[in-house]
Design a protein around this ligand. Structure first.
Ligand code: G4F
Length: 281
């Protein structure tokens, strides 16, 4: 593997890179991807998450190559949901600058497919989590806190809205799904989801319960984590992905929470052991 320098805001560099590399497949996962943060930096989010996508599509065209293109579209595009569960034909109603930018990128992908015959596809992925999830997203924020509280390193956890519902799946399975999408001969759009939805409260119950703690003793309300507009309910129907790609999520909610809590507990135990060894005479 080789890492090249590049930036989604630099189109000249993107054209040069794509011309030199002549890639078979491009998985475009780059973005300012934090929904709450997008309210603080909306213009930057629109530039990188929205325009960044059209810069890559245009770079493929300019470079005269036929790379297959995957766009990381998001369930956040459904926002104030117009249908339950959401499918590939559910209308979008984004509720954040991030969601708005992703809708732009979604349609740019469809447009380049229709205008120039690119094999360009949207994976509309619902929340996908793992022990490698960024620490400011709610699942990992919770599982890290569980481990820290259990190890006596943290006393409380500040969270925003606990009533929101999300369709949470296991990220490695979704990455395989992305690959399956690009193995198709034609570009298309697919929802990837578990068809289950759970509140943040339910996540807290399972995560703290895993280490025999009661979250109500530790979780406090942090108003700064509330969003100006919230996405209350997400639940996706992955029927098309099952039928066309033979893709199906296997790790469901309780197992996902376990995997994440156990990984953070293990990481802290290793750290404790290291510090303990460091203190030995
Ligand atoms: O974990 P979150 O920040 O994820 P969100 O907003 O659903 O977006 C993630 O999933 C999308 C779909 O795949 C991606 F497109 C996007 O890039 C990102 O990966 O928040 C989940 C829910 C929200 O309703 C939020 O209001 O948790 C609620 N929440 C409550 N307290 C919190 C907190 N979220 C965060 N990040 N931090 C809190 O303290």
């Amino acid at each position: 593997m080789f890492l090249h320098y590049g930036d989604l805001s630099d189109s000249v560099n993107l054209v040069k890179l794509l011309y030199e590399l002549k890639l078979d497949e491009i998985y475009h996962l780059g973005a300012q991807s934090h929904v709450r943060v997008s309210f603080d930096i909306p213009e930057y989010t629109a530039d990188v998450t929205g325009l960044g996508t059209i810069r890559i599509l245009e770079a493929i065209r300019e470079a005269g190559i036929r790379s297959k293109f995957y766009q990381a579209s998001s369930s956040e595009m459904f926002g104030k949901v117009q249908e339950v569960p959401q499918t590939e034909v559910t209308p979008f109603w984004p509720r954040s600058p991030y969601g708005v930018a992703k809708v732009f990128a979604y349609w740019a992908t469809v447009n380049y497919r229709e205008s120039y015959g690119l094999c360009a596809s949207n994976g509309i992925l619902f929340n996908h989590e793992s022990p490698r999830r960024g620490e400011t997203f709610v699942t990992r924020k919770i599982t890290r806190a569980v481990a820290a509280i259990k190890h006596g390193l943290q006393k409380e956890l500040f969270l925003g809205n606990l009533e929101a519902r999300r369709d949470w799946g296991y990220a490695p399975e979704y990455v395989e799904g992305m690959w399956r999408i690009l193995q198709q001969d034609e570009g298309d759009d697919f929802v990837m989801a578990t068809n289950e939805t759970h509140t943040i409260r339910e996540f807290l119950d399972l995560a703290f319960g895993r280490v025999d703690l009661d979250w109500k003793e530790y979780v406090k309300h942090g108003v700064r984590y509330e969003r100006p507009a919230e996405v209350d309910l997400l639940i996706g129907n992955p029927e098309k992905a099952k039928r066309v790609l033979a893709w199906e999520p296997k790790v469901l909610f309780p197992e996902l929470v376990q995997i994440m809590v156990d990984a953070d507990m293990e990481a802290l135990s290793r750290r404790d052991a290291k510090e303990h060894l460091g203190r030995l005479p």
